[in-house]
Design a protein around this ligand. Structure first.
Ligand code: ZN
Length: 70
């Protein structure tokens, strides 16, 4: 099940939601767990597929378009 990473634009808290693609397509209620704000933005390019960890090339990669590498 993919994990979708979000950032709260009010308190800048980062959090992740685990949801099926179908749930995501319907629109997730990604409210900030810290302050309860609904002003959250998805962090693009950071979807982590938790199934199938047999691809070493994908491990440790945290480069995302727009935010560079860590
Ligand atoms: Zn917040």
């Amino acid at each position: 099940m993919p994990t979708y990473e979000y950032r709260c634009t009010d308190c800048e808290h980062d959090f992740a939601l685990e949801a099926s693609v179908a749930e995501y397509e319907e629109g997730l209620g990604a409210d900030c767990p810290e302050c309860g704000s609904s002003e959250t933005t998805r962090r693009l390019g950071s979807v982590v597929i938790s199934t199938g960890s047999s691809d070493p090339a994908r491990k440790g990669g945290c480069c995302t378009p727009g935010s560079g590498c860590c």
